[in-house]
Design a binder for this molecule. Structure first.
Ligand SMILES: [Zn+2]
Length: 450
């Protein structure tokens, strides 16, 4: 997400699949009487070469003109392209035995619908233009038309001769999907069963236990990829995680038997990444136009020497400030300030807004208008507080809200500026979260269910 913040949301999602029929592979195999699956190491290496070239093309040569196509080309006008699409970029026909099928439905939602123009659906997924123009191709005995074409890019398809799925994505929602897809998909799984075979004499001793084993499956290609030590993922530019802390609240690591004065007087105590950022702002007054998150664009943190050094090359990273939840008080407000304030040299500097010194980071945030949305909300409640004729009514509201907050592991105690509900003795049980939770069970519904 830090990269998205810096570069904007991604435009394209490209999936590049290895093609065992590549001419290089076929050529190698032909004179040695081997097929692609005999030398997966070579297939893997070729894929890596092509992948690197693809990244180079995308980054340096900026190959994209017309980004994607989702329709069958004309066989007469562009036969080479037509052949590539029909061979590599057609999904289907989905049959019962196809890997994409689940509960007799294609999980990739092929065939798609015919549509006259590209749009984005309510959930942020693109719906591509697929015209019902009568074009189709024969595959496994079925006529497949534009509804079966996987989105792709003509240039990449022809250059790499492989299944390269190019999808347009421009919505934050798609990113979450991509991350889920890339990070959480994990390895393919297989359920393997061991069974006895062969000698019939032993068949009397049929083991009562079927040994089932839930295994992770690594394909030979992936094994080769890992043996060659090729990277599994790569991010560029890199992301530098930026720690920060309230005054005097930096992390200090010490052993059980360290003497306290020795610990607090250790020079490294004052050498946190965050405090050193103040120092760097003093040292390089000309570079004070950067916020903390943007600082790694021009400076690099040296963990050894505990110093921010000016970058000597054009390389850079993107800063990501550690997350703190909104209920963490001053720490949260400090983080808000760090997103906007440039080149401070001290905590006081961070709290100084338009020449006025504020006592807390929260007040400074208000002065900057960073909490305007919240302010409205808080003011509305404060106002309502005065309008409520009956104090009991107000208290009742507060109790209700507190009740909901507790359901989420929070409390009014987390928001020091908010009033606290008052409980009298008869209501104590209402306030007891454990009892409340017990009471929440819908006994009738549970009785039916079990
Ligand atoms: Zn399918």
């Amino acid at each position: 997400m830090a990269i998205c913040k810096w570069a904007g949301y991604p435009d394209l999602f490209i999936r590049f699949t290895c093609n065992p029929k590549w001419p290089e592979v076929a050529r190698f195999g032909k004179c040695r009487q081997l097929s692609a699956e005999d030398r997966l190491d070579i297939l893997t290496r070729i894929f890596k070469i092509k992948l690197d070239q693809l990244l180079k093309d995308l980054r340096d040569n900026k190959v994209f003109g017309e980004v994607k196509a989702v329709e069958l080309p004309d066989n007469l006008v562009d036969p080479q392209y037509y052949a590539a699409v029909t061979n590599l970029m057609i999904h289907g026909p989905s049959r019962k035995s196809s890997p994409c099928m689940q509960n007799s439905k294609c999980t990739k939602h092929f065939p798609k619908k015919f549509v006259d123009s590209t749009t984005v659906d309510d959930e942020g997924y693109p719906i591509y233009k697929r015209r019902d123009n009568g074009k189709s191709t024969k595959r496994a005995g079925s006529d497949l038309d534009n509804r079966y074409v996987v989105p792709h890019n003509r240039f990449l398809l022809l250059k790499y001769g492989a299944h390269i799925n190019v999808e347009w994505c421009n919505q934050s929602r798609s990113i979450k999907y991509l991350f889920k897809y890339v990070n959480n998909k994990g390895h393919d799984r297989v359920t393997a069963a061991f069974s006895q075979s062969g000698n019939t004499d032993d068949s009397r001793i049929i083991d009562e236990i079927n040994m089932y084993c839930d295994c992770r499956y690594i394909s030979p290609c992936e094994a080769a990829w890992r043996i060659f030590n090729f990277p599994i993922h790569h991010r560029e530019p890199s992301v530098e995680r930026l720690s920060f802390h309230l005054e005097g609240n930096q992390n200090v690591i010490f052993s059980n038997d360290d003497r306290i004065d020795a610990v607090v007087n250790r020079p490294t105590v004052k050498e946190s990444m965050f405090l050193k950022w103040f120092e760097a702002n003093k040292e390089f007054p000309k570079e004070r136009e950067l916020t903390y998150a943007k600082f790694p664009l021009k400076f690099v943190w040296n963990q050894q020497s505990k110093k921010w050094k000016k970058r000597q090359t054009s390389a850079f990273s993107i800063g990501r400030i550690f997350f703190v939840p909104p209920g963490s008080g001053e720490q949260y407000y400090l983080r808000l300030l760090l997103n906007v304030i440039k080149g401070p040299t001290s905590y006081e500097d961070l709290r100084k807004i338009n020449g006025h010194d504020y006592n807390t980071f929260r007040d400074a945030c208000y002065a900057l208008g960073l909490l305007d949305d919240d302010r409205e909300y808080v003011d509305a409640i404060v106002e309502a507080k005065f309008n409520l004729a009956d104090d009991d009514l107000k208290n009742l509201f507060l109790q209700k809200i507190e009740h909901f907050l507790k359901g989420y592991g929070r409390s009014f105690l987390d928001f020091p500026t908010m009033p606290m509900p008052v409980y009298n003795e008869e209501e104590v049980d209402q306030n007891n979260r454990l009892i409340c939770d017990e009471m929440r069970y819908n006994r009738r519904a549970l009785a039916v269910e079990h």
